[in-house]
Design a protein around this ligand. Structure first.
Ligand code: KG4
Ligand code: ZN
Length: 343
């Protein structure tokens, strides 16, 4: 019997609902909360309130677009964590209420795990092993994926996430939130060799990341060279683009260097890059160059890069098909445990 899966994702500031038939995405509706830009970052309380306002509408649109009636659904899935607790609660309880009302199975999904598998939505099969680089606003993790749900974490950020490094730099440059896509856009027309921003190395583990230092180096660079950066940027249109290109190069080159080090040291030729920062154009184009050296590099389609419910539903499908633990869990509708132990 086909799995008709209603999936919800509300871990941060996107309200998203998706309908999937087995591993095929029939609809994926994403409502982004633009109003956070005026605060320069996400305000958790406002995010939760907006989820409450939008979840019905987003879910109804997802059903309408898929052509599937709610009564046909036989699996409900929702992001269970990590994320902002108020935001998570809205989606999680909406999904659990749906599962209780319709007497169908519920499965809670790890958000990082759903980013990891987002690269393979639409692919026929997933071949293991591969190196996974997950780069989002909250996480930067390098993992060996040995099989479905079999992970070894090689390294992660010791302070800021890669997305945070972009967002904080954007704030210093007077740009809006989220800064990643804005810096990416400006950097396209800038000179990446304009200034060298140093990236800190973590001595204890060569696969760990540290991005708090680069943010400080941007701050010192701006203070040292410009008495009034805002006035300077409005006079010199190229300056902002050059700073963005140089800063972006430093962050992206570090991500690529460590991922390739992990791949080469473990003799693995397959790499999957996911999370919001995987939308970055330099990250994509630089990684692509390595395909000439025999690497296969997977990225999610752009709509599955930043937070979305299709990846939540796709991971629920994989759990249902390939995980014994979660098949048992599915016998208990509306109850799911955090399953971080094997992550
Ligand atoms: O995965 P995501 O939507 O949410 C989290 O789970 O955190 O990632 C959001 C992050 C933000 O920090 C945003 O600035 C960054 O992804 N981002 C980008 C780009 N698009 C989104 N960073 C660099 N370049 C981009 N094109
Ligand atoms: Zn995310």
């Amino acid at each position: 019997m086909a799995l008709l899966n209603f999936a919800i994702e509300t871990s941060c500031d996107e309200t998203s609902a998706s309908i999937l038939k087995d591993n095929k995405v029939l609809s994926n509706i994403i409502s982004s909360q633009q109003f956070h830009t005026e605060y320069g970052g996400i305000v958790p309380e406002l995010a939760s309130r907006a989820h409450i306002n939008f979840i019905d509408q987003v879910s109804c649109t997802a059903f309408k677009e898929s052509g599937i009636k709610p009564d046909k659904i036989n699996l409900v899935s929702a992001t269970q964590g990590p994320g902002l607790i108020g935001s998570l609660l809205v989606g999680l309880n909406y999904a659990k209420a749906f599962s209780v009302a319709k007497k169908i199975k519920f499965i809670g999904i790890n958000h990082i795990e759903s980013h990891l598998y987002s690269c393979f939505i639409g692919e026929k099969d997933i071949e293991f092993p591969f190196i996974s680089l997950i780069v989002s606003g909250g996480h930067t993790i390098l993992i060996i994926v040995k099989d479905y749900f079999k992970y070894k974490i090689l390294g992660q950020t010791q302070d800021d996430a890669a997305g945070e490094a972009f967002d904080k730099a954007a704030k210093m440059l007077g740009l809006e939130y989220p800064g990643g896509p804005i810096i990416d856009n400006l950097a396209r027309k800038g000179n990446a060799k304009f200034h060298k921003f140093p990236v800190s190395y973590v001595k204890e583990n060569q696969y760990d990341f540290s991005f708090s230092g680069i943010k400080t180096s941007l701050l010192y660079y701006l203070r040292k060279n410009y008495t009034d950066i805002k006035a300077e940027l409005s006079k010199n249109k190229m300056l902002l683009k050059d700073i963005c290109a140089s800063y972006q190069k430093a962050v992206i080159d570090t991500l690529i260097e460590k991922t390739l080090l992990a791949a080469n040291n473990h003799g693995i030729k397959k790499i999957a890059v996911s999370g919001g920062v995987s939308a970055n154009s330099r990250l994509r184009s630089e990684f692509k160059k390595y395909t000439e050296q025999g690497f296969s590099v997977y990225f999610p389609q752009k709509e599955y890069s930043t937070d979305n419910a299709a990846m939540t539903g796709y991971t629920a499908y994989l759990k249902f098909r390939y995980s014994k633990i979660n098949r048992t869990m599915l016998e208990e509708p509306a109850f799911a445990r955090f399953d971080y132990d094997n992550f």
